[in-house]
Design a protein around this ligand. Structure first.
Ligand SMILES: CSCCC(=O)C(=O)COP(=O)(O)O
Ligand SMILES: [Zn+2]
Length: 206
């Protein structure tokens, strides 16, 4: 993959327009063939990113930054966990939406049952009436605790879909390319929107 920063800038602009990356919310990364990855710098307005608002994190954990004032995303440990567990992942996207936060409270369990919509096929589940859930994680102020929880859980058992939800925080997805990760964010947010509306209408959503 060549320098993916333009893809990340465009994705952030699009997610910002959809209301999923408002203010400084969310972070995006893309991994290169050498195992290093570009990730959004912390605290940047995600609707106004430029190619100079990214940190280049090297495989040995050190990073390079185009300007001394930049810091890596506060949630870099989540991206590191995803890349460590899923060797095929080349992009990891995390956004904050109202619907993601609402549905994260639909259960106290560690897995959120998803409705058996046709859209589930976009997560690679080619089944009629799929019964699939999205792994749910507790939010922590200490973000590396979330990264560690992801590593612990997914090392024990791989998730059924390339997505996870952090309660009252937002969704994280990963894909084989920036385009694939963007599609998966759109899928997840479509499903969350459906679940919120189904609950509002009194329909059973799972
Ligand atoms: C208002 S966003 C709070 C932090 C967060 O959850 C996030 O996604 C953005 O953090 P970053 O350090 O990547 O800007
Ligand atoms: Zn976040």
């Amino acid at each position: 993959m060549t320098d993916p920063r333009t893809d990340l800038v465009n994705a952030a602009k699009y997610f910002h327009q959809r209301g999923w990356m408002l203010g400084t919310a969310g972070n995006l990364s893309a991994r290169l063939e050498d195992g290093s990855f570009w990730i959004t710098a912390s605290g940047k307005s995600k609707g106004e990113l430029t190619e100079n608002d990214f940190i280049h994190q090297l495989p040995n954990g050190t990073f390079e930054k185009p300007r001394p004032d930049l810091k890596p995303s506060a949630e870099t440990s989540i991206h590191e966990a995803v890349y460590a567990i899923f060797p095929e992942a080349r992009a990891c996207y995390h956004v904050h939406s109202i619907e993601a936060n609402l549905v994260s409270n639909f259960t106290h369990a560690a897995i959120l049952p998803l409705p058996p919509l046709e859209m589930i096929k976009g997560f690679g589940i080619w089944e009629a009436n799929p019964k699939v859930g999205m792994p749910l994680f507790a939010n922590h102020l200490d973000v590396p605790m979330i990264g560690q929880a992801i590593r612990d859980r997914f090392t024990q058992e791989l998730p059924p879909i390339p997505a996870l939800l952090i309660r009252n925080h937002g969704v994280t997805v990963w894909g084989k390319s920036p385009e694939d990760a963007r599609n998966k964010i759109e899928l997840a947010e479509y499903i969350f929107r459906y679940m919120v509306q189904a609950k509002h209408l009194g329909l059973c959503s799972d």
